[in-house]
Ligand binder design. Sequence first.
Ligand code: GLN
Length: 474
Amino acid sequence: MRATRSKLQSIASSIRPRLSDNQPTPYSWINDAIPGSSSGKLAGKTIAIKENISYHASPTSCSSALLRDYNPPYTATCVQSLLAEGAHIIGQTKMDEFGMGSQTTHLPPHYTPVHNPASPRPSEPPRSAGGSSGGSAAAVAEGSCWAALGTDTGGSVRLPASYCGVVGLKPSYGMISRRGVVAYADSLDCVGVLGRDVQTVEDVFDVVSKPDKGDMTCISSSHRTNASRILEEHLPKKGIEGLRIGLPKEITQRTAPSLLNYLKKEGAIIQEISLPSIRRALPAYYVLASAEASSNLARFGGGWYGSKNDQASEGTTESGLEKRKRIRTEGFGKEVKKRLLAGTWALSADEFNNTYLKALQLRHLLRKEYQSLFRIPHPLFLNEEKNNSNEGLDIILHPTSIRTAPRLQCYDANSQNGIKEYDQDLLTVPASLAGLPSISVPYEKGSDGWPLGISLTSQWGMEGLIFKLGKVIE
Ligand code: GLN
């Protein structure tokens, strides 16, 4: 253990970050060092990490002016796992500030938005890489890294994956440790993986998905053993023969008929299903995520995170409260302020019952609807009453996003139009609220020639099942 720690420290201290201000690159800093020889399952593989995932002594600013000078004192557990298997961390990637956004455009003034590299026509004006893990998706799509870590609270790995034409996994809640990952909304936050194909994502997931005593929401090994046993029982023995796939009728299915025919030919059984609460998932998500963010981001207000603007200008006297107000006013961007106001309002005594509690009820209802559809039991609630009839589903399939990548800056946080940005998350937030594993696999092209992903969602702990179907689809 001690040897691993000193190895990690020497790797981290050898980094010479090159900051990438004012460039449309996916990276906030990049490590130019050539990967040395290494051993392990990820030997020599270059991996980028989103800049809300701590990497010892490197700028981990969450793309916020408030944390511009923050260098974390330790490395997140998931990154330690990558390093221990020989991976080379190539840099950290830009994101919407603190993970709030869907386009990687909510950035501090010294950052330039990321350009989506999946353009079918080089002459076209740049489009968004999606968000909030747009930097990670673009880095994978442009080929500057082999894989990337992102975080997904309501779709921030899957949406950019869909826009950029790469694979993006949001695992089951609690599968990957969040120790060292800056919290946005803890009951939803997951570390996710992006890669050019499903096998790459699975290889990284296998390395980072493990118990961690440093994160109390990270699942213990006994629960993982239960999940693996249940997965073994439900993996089709031959290809995808007998796999039961549901298409929610509430989502207009633009899914290519050729794909459905192909899956049927391979032996899958496809049926239309209903998930009525899916329609209310988006407002429930925004209430809960903003409420949790307003509490989580309360810790940023000077003192602890080493902001240069912690010091009052010379000759001025400032009370503690005035200082906190100044640091937060100067440090947070518009979108973050909007969320903090909305979240504080939802948690206020007058609004609590009508807003926060209602959103919790909707989340509960949605989770129950999902559970009534699956025939696979939930590995964490094995005693729960369950309809185990063979009519139940293994996987739910639908498009990842309601459209292809929009033009950069087409949604303005200051106008009514800003709300349209939230619509982009319509099809990703349901799995987040239910804590279920969901993967976006590139499949189609929109009529404009830009990529679109297909989402596969399964029972908690059944990543193996969505990997299996994902490989058949890609
Ligand atoms: N776009 C969503 C939001 O702004 C999701 C973000 C995320 O998953 N981090 O909250």
